[in-house]
Design a protein around this ligand. Structure first.
Ligand SMILES: Cc1cc2nc3c(=O)[nH]c(=O)nc-3n(C[C@H](O)[C@H](O)[C@H](O)COP(=O)(O)OP(=O)(O)OC[C@H]3O[C@@H](n4cnc5c(N)ncnc54)[C@H](O)[C@@H]3O)c2cc1C
Length: 394
């Protein structure tokens, strides 16, 4: 059992973290590990109820920007030890990621990405369509032009990761309040002073915004304008089947991704360019649609015909929190001391979260500059010279 608090919140804390998804809980855990006391996590719903509990659990190091590769590689190192470190089985499995393309013009980018990833210490290889069959027998490689494969990529079970971090937080004295909403933020003299919640006021010098798709509206409460927008993404799970698919397969041509969980289910999704943009968090629509089911099933069975008789069990939707360059926003702002944000992860916050949390905790507790946090700060959008990652898929 994870002790969750339902009593009134304490009147004071050394740090308040908003959001009990992977980023909020991992940050609370890392702050506590790095010596900060009296940490409170506020979650308006239940643990993992935001994007984290709705995600595909994919963890890959195959990116085209050095920051993403480095954060992902460092996070993989954490995932490799996570079950032991947290004392909780998180079902991390390194079946690899096979990134495929059906477009000749993608090949130079794939080859360049392999070079960069290898320079960063990630063991990715370029594969011909025929070589893909060694990794995924039965894949229809007729239209494939090439692929990349990293055997150290993998998947973990999102709820187990959240529960593992929550238990470890509890052991370190962090108090997690579920069904508790942050309703206001008090800042004065250029610093965070307190937060208001629907269970009472907490005075605090530190506020960490890990509110996922709600991060933009939360930041606005303290006058910080984030450029994030929110996108709805659907995903589905099949009936459980005997294990037959090792890696996550992901197409940079049309955004389909699919893997097999340790329970045998096929889990996958596909991005939809026709999805409307969502502006108002009160409006987030996480309903499921027939359009997704048809598009996903068509594409899955075309690429991987042996899934033709597989039955879909359930589908759901969640929100991506997307920035103009599809890279996260980390750090604080000079105008409001003690305020920090960890948000804007698009479809890759689950894989980057563990290391982002560790680095952000170091930054918050010591104030020491971290080059990755600096390069991913909100200030980068003022310059206009954005370096987007080319392998944003989903
Ligand atoms: C369909 C789908 C598939 C995905 N697949 C992958 C994948 O395979 N790999 C990957 O790395 N990423 C994936 N992602 C992205 C990933 O889920 C997110 O980037 C990540 O979970 C973000 O975690 P978070 O902790 O920052 O935010 P969240 O998990 O969204 O947590 C934010 C929390 O803040 C709470 N909150 C908000 N406002 C308040 C408030 N005012 N008071 C109190 N609490 C509040 C919310 O209730 C929520 O629980 C996917 C996302 C979706 C939707």
């Amino acid at each position: 059992m994870i002790p969750l608090h339902s009593e009134p919140v304490p009147s004071a804390a050394d740090a308040v973290i908003v959001g009990a998804g992977i980023n909020g809980l991992a940050t609370a855990y890392e702050l506590a590990r790095q010596g900060l006391k009296n940490i409170v996590v506020l979650e308006k719903n239940y643990l993992g109820s935001g994007s984290t509990g709705r995600c595909g659990g994919g963890i890959r190091q195959q990116w085209t920007t050095e920051e993403n590769i480095q954060l992902a590689a460092e996070s993989v190192a954490i995932y490799e030890r996570m079950s032991a470190e947290l004392g909780y089985q998180v079902f991390f499995r390194q079946g690899g990621y096979l990134m495929i393309t059906e477009q000749e013009e993608d090949l130079p980018a794939l080859r360049a990405a392999v070079d960069l990833q290898r320079r960063c210490g990630v063991p990715t290889d370029f594969l011909t369509p025929r070589e893909c069959l060694d990794i995924v027998p039965g894949l229809d490689v007729g239209d494939l032009k090439g692929a990349t494969f990293c055997p150290k990529d993998g998947t973990a079970y999102p709820f187990a990761v959240v529960w593992g971090y929550a238990r470890a937080c509890h052991r370190l004295g962090v108090k997690i309040f579920i069904k508790t909403t942050l309703t206001g933020i008090e800042a004065a003299a250029g610093r965070i002073q307190a937060v208001d919640t629907d269970r009472g006021r907490i005075s605090t010098p530190v506020l960490v915004n890990c509110a996922g798709p709600w991060a933009r509206s939360l930041a606005a409460k303290v006058g910080v304008e984030l450029p994030n927008r929110q996108e709805r993404h659907e995903i589905m799970v099949s009936e459980p089947l005997k294990p037959f698919l090792d890696p996550m397969v992901i197409s940079i041509t049309n955004g389909i991704y699919f893997s097999q969980s340790m329970r045998g289910e096929i889990v996958g999704g596909i991005g939809d360019p026709a999805e409307p943009r969502w502006e108002d968090p009160e409006d987030f629509a996480t309903h499921s649609g027939l359009r997704f089911a048809v598009r996903f099933a068509r594409e899955l069975t075309r690429l991987y015909p042996r899934t033709r008789s597989v039955r879909m069990m359930r589908q759901w939707a969640g929100m991506y929190d997307v920035t103009p360059d599809h890279r996260p926003i980390l750090g604080g702002v000079p105008e409001v001391g003690g305020y920090y944000h960890i948000c804007g992860f698009s479809g890759h916050g689950f894989m980057l979260g563990p290391m982002v949390a560790r680095r952000m905790a170091g930054f918050i507790t010591t104030g020491r500059e971290d080059p990755i946090i600096t390069s991913l700060s909100l200030a980068r959008f003022a310059g206009g010279d954005l370096q987007a990652d080319a392998f944003v898929v989903g």
